[in-house]
Write a protein that binds this ligand. Structure first.
Ligand SMILES: Nc1ncnc2c1ncn2[C@@H]1O[C@H](COP(=O)(O)OP(=O)(O)OP(=O)(O)O)[C@@H](O)[C@H]1O
Length: 482
């Protein structure tokens, strides 16, 4: 159950359940599986095994239903934002260690007014979550495999420019193949600056890093860094080997949060359960470095390498050695495929941005995504004469300063619509007229260039020169321009 983070308050309070047999798009509800702060999750199956698109696709699915009706506009916006993030990650960051999103739709349930119009995410169905396994105790070999799987998923998410921001055993699902699938991306934060992103001041109190308890709430939300996931990972590692016992003492999440603060201030040591094996104790301790700066030395990728190296040295449970080494290798290969994997698996129809908006469907063929050029000069916005003084330049190389020597001859004007094929989050800094600094760029096709005749006719539009944010895959690192 999601609880409010410092500075936020919201609870959906949804209680109405859909009956078995209720039709949701191409799917039929079979039974409820669980509920979180935003949603109720149901088991479902495809309505007609031979229906459209049935083929070899999954027939047993999970339907995550996120009601918006009856909510205050701010709450409805929070729900639709959470759904948008889930779809965006499903589209852009597909990976074997992330739960697979198959479809999204809007529930039609006129007989259930609380649920009518709810957003529905259709996902592969997992057999359970890590939380379900903790009570019974997990053998070290299995724990090692699960933790390596979590690191793989996190490494991929971070590489793709996202922080999960709500990692906890409930959100580590176990697929039918027994492998990890990270889930619940409703609070995920995009690393818009390269080092951090922003998100709503919410999360599960027990897994918040020490700095989040004091984080100022700015216009964009609270600052969130990948090291927040590493902190949560440290707690999860402890729970895996301590039968689910929380590391920090206290009867309530707030009391445990106070214990976190004591530790972070150096007034209390970490007291891990006796059963946590030495290697995992050291790994968890690194994940739980009290400051972001100290924790940042330990990335999901570096932790995964340590786990694989230990297995290679014969220090881990022997039967898993080859598998874990393969896991690490696969993860590193998958890193290179970030974005490309997502775009190969999914196509995306985008989500409406409006308040309480509903999810559009994924899985349909799409034309190229587009961005509309924005010229901050008011005097240029209404001109249609393509006056040279109102033209804007597209960069040759987004890794070099955006100056006259680094623009292509082709000019663009306010309201021009350009086809874009990918986005780069960490290019050269561009500062716009209102002093907004951005390292975000879109790779666009040069207007008028024929893609068949000139496939390389591309240039770069700084994101400050458009208001659009299409859900494009990440660009591969651009080769330096000659
Ligand atoms: N794809 C899935 N397959 C099987 N079970 C799932 C799936 N997705 C979610 N669940 C189950 O449904 C429960 C509710 O999921 P949900 O993602 O809404 O919330 P949560 O993580 O429990 O809570 P919160 O919203 O507080 O983070 C989960 O705890 C999980 O056990």
């Amino acid at each position: 159950m999601r609880v409010q983070g410092p500075g936020a308050s919201w609870d959906s309070g949804h209680t109405e359940l859909l009956p078995p047999g209720h039709r949701v798009g191409d799917w039929v509800v079979t039974e409820p599986i669980g509920a979180g702060g935003w949603a109720t999750v149901y088991a479902g199956r495809r309505a007609a095994a031979d229906g459209p698109g049935a083929g070899a696709e999954l027939h047993e699915v999970a339907l995550k239903i996120m009601p918006t009706s009856g909510l205050a506009p701010r709450q409805a916006r929070a729900v639709s934002e959470a759904a948008r993030r889930e779809v965006e990650i499903g589209v852009r960051a597909g990976h074997p260690r992330l739960v697979r999103l198959l479809d999204s739709t809007v529930l039609s349930a006129p007989d259930h007014p609380e649920l009518d119009g709810a957003i529905v995410l259709v996902m592969e169905r997992a057999r359970g979550s890590l939380r379900d396994l903790l009570g019974a105790g997990i053998a070290e070999a299995d724990g090692a495999r699960l933790i390596a799987g979590i690191c793989e998923g996190l490494a991929h998410l971070h590489r793709c420019g996202w922080v999960h921001a709500d990692l906890k055993p409930e959100n580590v699902l176990i697929g039918e193949d027994g492998a990890v699938r990270l889930s619940d991306f409703g609070l995920a934060a995009e690393l818009t600056t390269g080092t951090h992103g922003h998100g709503p001041p919410m999360g599960t109190l027990d897994y918040l890093p020490p700095e989040r308890w004091r984080a100022p709430l700015g216009e964009l939300g609270v600052e969130i860094r990948p090291s927040a996931d590493i902190w949560a990972l440290g707690l999860v590692i402890h729970e895996v080997f301590a039968s689910g016992a929380p590391l920090f003492p206290g009867a309530t999440p707030v009391a445990r949060g106070a214990a976190v603060q004591e530790y972070a201030a150096g007034r209390a040591p970490l007291r891990m359960a006796g059963g946590v094996p030495e290697f995992w104790r050291a790994l968890a301790t690194d994940c739980l470095a009290p400051t972001h700066a100290a924790r940042a030395a330990h990335t999901a990728e570096s932790l995964l390498e340590r786990i694989a190296a230990r297995q290679a040295d014969g220090g881990g449970p022997r039967s898993r050695t080859g598998r874990l080494r393969r896991t690490a290798r696969t993860a590193l290969l998958a890193l290179a495929a970030c974005g490309a994997v997502g775009s190969a698996i999914w196509s995306y129809a985008g989500l409406p941005a409006g308040e309480g908006g509903s999810a559009a469907r994924v899985g349909t063929a799409q034309p190229p995504l587009q961005v509309r050029v924005f010229n901050a000069e008011h005097a240029c916005q209404d001109r249609t004469d393509r006056a040279p003084q109102c033209s804007l330049g597209l960069a040759v190389d987004p890794m070099r300063p955006y100056v006259a020597g680094n623009v292509v001859p082709t000019r663009v004007w306010h309201a021009d619509v350009l086809d874009a094929d990918c986005q780069l989050l960490r290019g050269e800094v561009v500062i716009d007229e209102s002093d907004t600094r951005s390292t975000h760029w879109f790779r666009v096709r040069l207007p008028g260039a024929d893609p068949a005749a000139a496939p390389d006719a591309v240039a770069w539009l700084p994101a400050v020169r458009t208001k659009d944010r299409p859900p494009l895959p990440r660009c591969p690192a651009p080769a330096p321009a000659r």
